[in-house]
Design a protein around this ligand. Structure first.
Ligand code: ADP
Ligand code: 5GP
Length: 190
């Protein structure tokens, strides 16, 4: 069986990354498996341990860093760690599936550097920062303070886009989904 490849998807919060991933994850032509990250943040309503994330304490997270259990990890927000476990990469690619990683811009650039041709990195770009603000407010999952922090960070994150293999603008959702699908399909079948 062929070993699976890695597909990194990064975007500023609110750009539509989760919405896009949801629409392609079950496309059997892509043979995707989702990389469940470890994080020290608290679960949001509806999030489950072992499904959306492995929710662990900061102490446990630091212990796993010491034990070299991460492919990459970042303190994405002050005091909150997120990381891709070596065991997730092995679990999914070992089954011959392609691992899809929803990770931040620094993690995305690191994975691409480490895995080279075995990884495809996609950056989802909002049509504008104004539109991004509208979507974050429309999603209504975060406080205004958090939204302002995420918007301020978006400008910084967009600066990483040139380091990605492909940049896809999520203006019309269906178009963006098809662009992501076709980029992944040509990567995994080449
Ligand atoms: P992310 O996972 O990148 O943080 P989400 O997938 O949660 O973002 O999307 C943020 C919000 O924007 C959601 O309410 C989603 O329904 C909406 N959204 C996503 N893509 C579009 C689009 N192309 N046009 C309008 N709204 C969108
Ligand atoms: P959220 O808290 O909204 O689920 O995620 C916040 C940010 O952390 C997003 O940009 C998401 O892509 C990123 N993230 C989630 N898991 C990982 C991971 O394992 N590694 C890195 N570097 N970033 C991650």
């Amino acid at each position: 069986m062929n070993k699976g490849k890695l597909i990194v998807i990064s975007a500023p919060s609110g750009c539509g990354k989760s919405t896009i991933i949801k629409q392609i994850i079950d496309d059997e032509r892509l043979k995707l498996g989702f990389s469940i990250s470890a994080t020290s943040r608290k679960p949001r309503e509806g999030e489950e341990h072992g499904v959306h994330y492995y929710f662990i304490s900061d102490e446990e997270f630091l212990q796993l860093i010491k034990e070299d259990k991460f492919v990459e990890w970042e303190e994405v927000y002050a005091g909150t760690h997120y990381g891709t476990l070596v065991s997730e990469v092995d679990r999914v690619t070992g089954e011959g599936r392609n691992l899809i990683l929803d990770i931040d811009v620094k993690g995305g650039v690191n994975v691409k550097e480490r895995f080279g041709e075995e990884a495809l990195s996609l950056f989802i770009m909002p049509p504008s920062v104004d539109e991004l603000g509208k979507r974050l407010r429309g999603r209504a999952t975060d406080s205004e303070e958090t939204i302002l922090k995420r918007l301020a960070k978006a400008e910084y994150e967009i600066g990483f886009a040139p380091q990605y293999d492909t940049v896809i603008i999520n203006d019309d959702l269906d178009t963006a989904v098809e662009e992501v699908r076709s980029a992944i399909l040509s990567f995994v079948t080449r």
